[in-house]
Ligand binder design. Structure first.
Ligand code: UN1
Length: 492
């Protein structure tokens, strides 16, 4: 049975002024999940006006009080975790255990950013003149616009909404068009936690809706997570209007396995990082860079594991891998099998839709062998359950191949050699580095983001996550009662 979902503007759940709607489907069963309001520039403007009306009171609320509302958000999320996770699985396909993990990330972030209500640390430093005091404090920016994807319907928005709110901003959020119902269920948590009307607003829709938000003159900050194509458009449009932008885009993450690695650990981590969330994570492992001596044993174990994985609707018991999100994603992943064949790559397992599953956008966990550095399947983000295997002779070759893609989000190395591990920490040029752990599983108290084409140098989460949503204000207090000039003005 499907439901109707509306925008969340000024504390009210409202349809689009145009009356337009769009639909979301269960990607495992292809059944209708929700009919959602489709926002345009008029709805976005209504949301921005609601945010502006709420801003003066919200920014003046003491930050510890704002933090207490976030603690309440965490508690309600905890109570509703299972309900939200079930709708998430139904609407975008990740299996229930992962959907629960997605909500848990938001709970963790709500507690963390709630605590920022009593920190939001700035600093003081000595000043040049007597009887003068200096400090740098974080200030809110105003109205911030958030554009988020469907693959982490609650976690990724929480990384943006929660720091934005604790810092005193008001938010207009455009969620992914494949998950409107779970997004609105998340927004309800904020309403029920006592967030004042208009502080958080949600406008549902697709690209047109996001573009209206990015181009709205009163939105000073844009934080975007999604595809590289869209992200770069967002960056260009926002830059033309002088906005501050945070981008999190693609990944082409590798696990390096050296000859001395613990094989069982590596197999488990590779399997989970490559095929968890059906490979639809920006942190997913899509390349295995493996040293020659361990390769045949490792690949044999990985093939056995991939064949054993149970595909299906993620609310059903025992299902380990859900579907891809929609037909378009399935077409894209399938098209890369033609690319792989044309490049002379060997499909060890998978490479096709499962023949016994006529409904749903399923694709078999896939291992591609004989991949060489520089091939398209080695360079381009496929965003599906496809792992390219690249054989190397040496540690140096492995590092060089890891670093030779346009993205730089996450990387990992399996080795029992502490010297090799520390050299890898020094030489891997990604924003996140793991030792003896897969490429996924970043925790919210550390900066999250990537180098090179993954982003634009900003980070989310941790203390760094506040930078997107705050302005530094430097304050000088002269309590001398005399005319004083800073030394720098007096120096000849
Ligand atoms: C994403 O895929 O956009 O580290 C985020 C991880 C998760 C977040 C992934 N905590 O894989």
């Amino acid at each position: 049975m499907s439901q109707t979902v509306n925008h969340f503007i000024g504390g009210q759940f409202t349809p689009s002024q145009s009356g337009q709607t769009f639909e979301s489907y269960n990607p495992a069963t292809e059944e209708l999940v929700a009919v959602a309001a489709k926002g345009d520039a008029v709805d976005v403007d209504a949301a921005v006006q609601a945010a502006k009306a709420a801003y003066q009171n919200w920014r003046l609320m003491p930050a510890p009080r704002r933090g207490e509302i976030l603690y309440r958000v965490a508690e309600i999320l905890q109570e509703r975790k299972d309900k939200i996770a079930r709708l998430m699985t139904t609407e975008m396909g990740k299996v229930l255990a992962e959907a629960r993990g997605d909500v848990q990330e938001a709970i963790d972030m709500a507690y963390y950013m709630g605590g920022e209500g009593r920190r939001l640390l700035g600093y003081t430093a000595p000043v040049e003149m007597p009887n003068k005091f200096g400090m740098a404090i974080r200030d809110s920016v105003g109205i911030v616009g958030l554009v988020t994807p469907w693959n982490f319907p609650v976690a990724v928005p929480s990384w943006k909404i929660l720091p934005a709110l604790v810092a005193g901003n008001c938010v207009v959020w455009k969620p992914g068009e494949d998950c409107p119902a779970v997004s609105i269920m998340f927004a309800e948590v904020f309403k029920d936690a006592g967030l004042p009307d208009g502080v958080l607003n949600v406008v549902l829709g697709a690209g047109e809706t996001g573009a209206a938000l990015v181009n709205h003159p009163d939105v000073r900050v844009i934080s975007f997570t999604g595809s590289t194509d869209t992200g770069l458009k967002v960056y260009t449009q926002a830059a033309a209007l002088g906005k501050k932008v945070t981008l999190e885009m693609g990944g082409k993450n590798a696990i390096i396995v050296l000859d001395d690695a613990n094989l069982n650990l590596a197999v488990d981590a590779i399997n989970w990082s490559a095929f968890g969330t059906t490979g639809q994570r920006c942190t997913a492992t899509s390349r295995l860079i493996v040293q020659k001596g361990i390769k045949s044993r490792l690949v044999e174990a990985l093939v056995a594991k991939a064949k054993s994985l149970k595909l299906g609707f993620g609310l059903e018991d025992g299902v380990e891998v859900g579907p891809l999100v929609n037909q378009k994603a399935l077409n894209k992943v399938s098209s890369y099998m033609d690319v792989a064949k044309a490049e002379g790559v060997n499909v060890l397992v998978g490479g096709k839709r499962p023949s016994d599953m006529p409904k749903g956008f399923f694709f078999e966990p896939t291992l591609l062998d004989g991949v060489k550095a520089g091939m398209r399947v080695e360079q381009e983000e496929i965003f599906g359950p496809v792992l390219s295997i690249i054989e190397v002779e040496t540690f140096e070759e492995a590092i060089r191949i890891n670093n030779s893609v346009k993205y730089g989000l996450s990387s990992s190395i399996f080795t029992e050699n502490v010297n090799a591990a520390f050299r890898a920490i020094r030489d891997l040029t990604t924003g996140i580095v793991y030792i003896n752990h897969g490429t996924t599983g970043a925790e919210i108290q550390f900066p999250f983001g990537g180098t090179r084409g993954t982003g634009n140098g900003m980070r989310e989460a941790g203390q760094a996550g506040l930078d997107s949503f705050t302005e530094w204000k430097s304050v000088y207090v002269d309590y001398s009662g005399q005319l004083q000039r800073a030394q720098i003005d007096n120096r000849e």
